[in-house]
Design a protein. Structure first.
Length: 191
């Protein structure tokens, strides 16, 4: 795992609404950066904890235990992807095997994520892991992805309700419109 490893995700996955902690998001993105989008199937992806700590500038001996807790939570957290005629509910990871004293964890990605991470020919976004791994908050990582989708267009405008939904912001949090200064509605959509 290196900072120039690419993350490739379908725009539909980026647009799905979910809320995670920063470390949960970083763990997912670290694993997704190991996925070769040309593969036909997922593998179990080996994450060396020391590499993750170095790249994300995470310190402390409790990181090993914390990654174990985070991977477990990610198998329990369900999010939704809006499909043309349905809503798909799934978890990010299908398995996590933590190797005590070895310093790594092997992660299995949910097989239902295949169409959103593998064989993408159109309507996807690509960026380097290093661009997000050091960001401090879940919101900054998600906003980076949402803006990266529109990099070629140079403008991204959201309806406030849609931004709240995509970022998983509860109604009672950031209640003032001023919290979202410069965010306006636009009907244009990219993939």
């Amino acid at each position: 795992m290196k900072k120039n490893d690419l993350i490739v995700k379908s725009n539909q996955l980026i647009e799905s609404g979910y809320r995670l902690s920063a470390i949960e998001q970083k763990l997912i993105l670290s694993i997704v950066s190991m996925v070769n989008p040309k593969d036909k199937d997922f593998f179990r992806y080996k994450l060396k904890i020391s590499d993750f700590m170095e790249l994300s500038e995470t310190k402390g001996k409790t990181t090993y235990k914390r990654i174990r807790q985070v991977s477990k939570r990610l198998m329990q957290k369900v999010f939704e992807i809006q499909r043309p005629n349905s809503v798909l509910q799934l978890a990010w990871f299908s398995s996590a095997e933590y190797f005590e004293g070895e310093g790594y964890v092997e992660i299995g990605i949910s097989p239902l994520l295949k169409p959103y991470l593998l064989g993408l020919k159109k309507c996807f976004t690509r960026y380097q892991l290093g661009n997000v791994i050091k960001l401090k908050s879940f919101y900054s990582i998600r906003i980076y992805e949402l803006l990266k989708q529109y990099e070629q267009i140079k403008v991204r405008i959201f309806a406030l309700e849609k931004l709240r939904e995509v970022l998983g912001i509860p109604l009672k949090k950031y209640k003032l419109y001023a919290d979202f200064t410069g965010v306006y509605q636009r009907k244009e959509k990219i993939c």
